[in-house]
Design a protein around this ligand. Sequence first.
Ligand code: IPM
Ligand code: MG
Length: 350
Amino acid sequence: MTDLLLLPGDGIGPEVTAQVRRVAERLTPDLSIEERAFGGASYDAHGAPLTDETLAAAKAARAVLMGAVGGPQWAGVARDKRPEAGLLALRAGMEVFANLRPALCFGPLADASSLKRELVEGLDLMFVRELTGGIYFGQPRFIEDLPGGGKRAVDTQVYTTAEIERVARVAFELARKRRGKVHSAEKSNVMDSGLLWREVVTDLHRREYADVTLEHILADNAAMQIVKNPKQFDVIVTDNLFGDILSDEAAQLTGSLGMLPSAALGAEGKPGLYEPIHGSAPDIAGQGLANPLAAILSFEMALRWSLARPAEADRLFAAVDKALAAGARTRDLGGSLTTAQMGDAVLAEL
Ligand code: IPM
Ligand code: MG
């Protein structure tokens, strides 16, 4: 059985996952690592962004770590063959419905945020983004021609009780191990799916998690509160689309999108999918400018959540913290280290 399946993907993906491989080979040399083409790279090689073989390998691995997907060269490809479609198919195929996206401000980076130091210093908030439902997957979806000219485009936002309950459960369980507070973000003031979301979360809370503090917040207000007073939050649970948007916003609190890892988890015992939150950054791809820390910290999450190696995860986290404290900075953080040099800095602290 493969311990870690690496899917470098496109753009800066191969550069940042190469640093993960170096870290893994140093920190956990006993782990078996396999690598496969994914996204646009897989489309170019095999005509599909996610082949059946790669999905089967992902489900059979203990953890999967993806770099990034997409780029302008695939913009003209049919939507179901686009690199992003491969990522959605991977998330759905692995049934990783709960996406943990920590927004954590490393002390040495408090001045790299565009927000004031006192707002972000010590920030430790966790998004739990629903990842396999909602408007990303809802049917019907299409663009049609209208008889009188022009077109009509439809996407469908859809959630069931079971989908909301299982992701809310993850949020409540996490909050119990953290600071005991969950904010549930939706738009129940305008959306039926938001109404059901609020109802199901409230009900689960009353039945099983009354010891956790639950607050409902409208997603637009959450967007404002995240930049106004981010430290009021502990865990924020929200749907697929709001989670996508709010987690990018929160990334900026931490200094750079290049810092944020994520873990997508499914049922107990199933492999997790680990991805940096950043995209493929085609504008800087191949130049050694990308920050590998989001990918390296995604590996840290894999060690913790799928590979049962908490001691090594702690060591890796400490090494990243020390490297930053010693002044290691890639360009996104205002420094001049290359991707590989940032990898060197982490290895040196290990
Ligand atoms: C993310 C990304 C993806 C998403 C894209 C690449 C499909 O933005 O992981 O946040 O929208 O989920
Ligand atoms: Mg996103």
